[in-house]
Design a protein around this ligand. Structure first.
Ligand SMILES: *Cc1c(COP(=O)(O)O)cnc(C)c1O
Length: 418
């Protein structure tokens, strides 16, 4: 079935205001999500917030069913948290690590994860080892297998990094994790909502993601999946009345389900909004979304390839909706600023977010243009024109060339330049 792009855009107020290629930062929230959140906030205003929660009980609980469908897990394995980093940290810090335990991770790791790994290494004496990339820039399965021994307690990798189109081979890594009996934690912050993510197929024990990115949910929301069979092994570092009911004066019990990672107080409107966002994503179809996002990103990459001075920076065999590049001699932040003036949203991805990868590739900043299904080929064209203008480049039939490379003697060429 063809994608009903007009409806997708009509459902998205932001589409009439901006050209939004910052979906990897936060995607545009669809109107249905806003409506559900506003309705709940107004209910809180009208009848009181606790009372509103009682009345919205089903909508609040629905989040767990929606997330379970999305990730192919059980509702008891889902925890609602405020961010992807918090999800990742909560699960990771619940593991009991000992001196000499080995943790294997990837070059693509996100800062918050790696910072917490370094902290854990310092506190516990666990050893963090970064597995090299293969010749395509994805985590090397050969290097991973070579690194495996019985001291490996955890394999923690990032599915899609914040700074590029790379899609790490999470299913193959999961097979290795299963063979050696290590826990497997996947940061799926950029992949959930963009492409099929199935925790069973991945053999994944723990998965973290954000609501605001490809799921198009509200800010301040995130999901943590923890496999039922390992829940009992994981004691969260922070407990409250939600996570661990106080059942006798000298005793609390940890909740048996993944809500042991939650806090009692949270954004109820956000929780409802995220549930609606997941329903909405499922209604479009994740496979259809992935096909469209990939096609749009391929189109954008194909156009940018012709720009003189631009170097495409996406790694991997399969490339997703995150398109990254640098421009010779130009500051990415300045380019983002100039495009922002024309209401074109792209973002600068800086070294401090993915330092392992950026240092290895000798980069400090790159420009990230990340597309979603509601973007269009026309927007890609518009973006390329605006970028060409900003860079002082002209384009003939989609082919870019620098102004000063066009022969000054050719009046025909000059005319087409003007
Ligand atoms: C954005 C991002 C995160 C962090 O998500 P927060 O919700 O801001 O904590 C983690 N990992 C990856 C790959 C990301 O892109």
């Amino acid at each position: 079935m063809p994608f009903d792009i007009l409806r997708a855009r009509a459902d998205t107020v932001g589409c009439t205001h901006v050209l939004h290629f910052n979906n990897a930062g936060a995607a545009l929230v669809p109107r249905v999500v806003m409506n559900a959140m506003i309705a709940h906030l107004e209910l809180e205003e009208r009848i009181g917030s606790y009372e509103a929660a009682v009345q919205s009980h089903d909508a609040l609980e629905h989040l767990y069913d929606a997330a379970a469908t999305l990730l192919s897990c059980h509702r008891d394995e889902v925890s609602f948290v405020e961010s992807s980093s918090r999800a990742w940290n909560m699960a990771f810090l619940s593991m009991s690590l000992r001196c000499g335990d080995r943790i294997l991770t990837s070059m693509a790791e996100y800062a918050s994860n790696y910072i917490t790994l370094m902290q854990a290494a310092r506190k516990t004496g666990a050893i963090v080892e970064v597995i090299d990339n293969d010749e395509y820039g994805q985590i090397s399965l050969r290097a991973l297998r070579n690194a495996i021994d019985e001291r490996v307690k955890l394999i923690a990798i990032t599915h899609v990094p914040t700074n590029g189109g790379l899609v790490n081979p999470v299913i193959e890594v999961g097979q290795v994790a299963r063979e050696v009996g290590a826990l497997y934690l996947v940061d799926a912050c950029q992949s959930v909502g963009q492409m099929p993510v199935d925790v069973q197929a991945m053999n994944c024990d723990i998965l973290s993601t954000a609501g605001r990115k490809y799921l198009r949910g509200p800010r301040g929301t995130g999901l943590l999946y923890v496999r039922r069979s390992i829940l009992e092994q994981l004691e969260p570092p922070l407990l409250d009345v939600q996570a661990a009911p106080w059942v006798a004066t000298d005793r609390f019990v940890l909740r048996p389900d993944a809500r042991r990672f939650e806090s009692w107080e949270t954004s109820y409107a956000g929780k409802i909004g995220l549930g609606v966002a997941i329903d909405y994503a499922l209604a479009w179809g994740i496979e259809a979304t992935w096909a469209r996002v990939s096609a749009l990103a391929d189109d954008l990459r194909a156009q940018l390839r012709y720009f003189p001075g631009i170097t495409m920076r996406d790694l991997g065999v399969t490339r997703c909706g995150i398109v990254t590049f640098t421009v010779d001699g130009k500051d990415p932040r300045e380019i983002c600023r100039l495009l922002a003036r024309q209401r074109i949203n792209v973002w600068n991805s800086e070294i401090s977010l993915t330092r392992l990868d950026m240092e290895a590739r000798g980069m400090t900043d790159l420009i990230r243009a990340s597309v979603h299904y509601y973007n269009t080929h026309e927007e890609i064209e518009q973006f390329c024109s605006a970028l060409a203008t900003v860079l002082g480049i002209t384009r003939f039939g989609g082919v870019a060339m620098r102004l000063d490379t066009v022969s000054s003697g050719s009046s025909a060429a000059r005319e087409r330049l003007e």
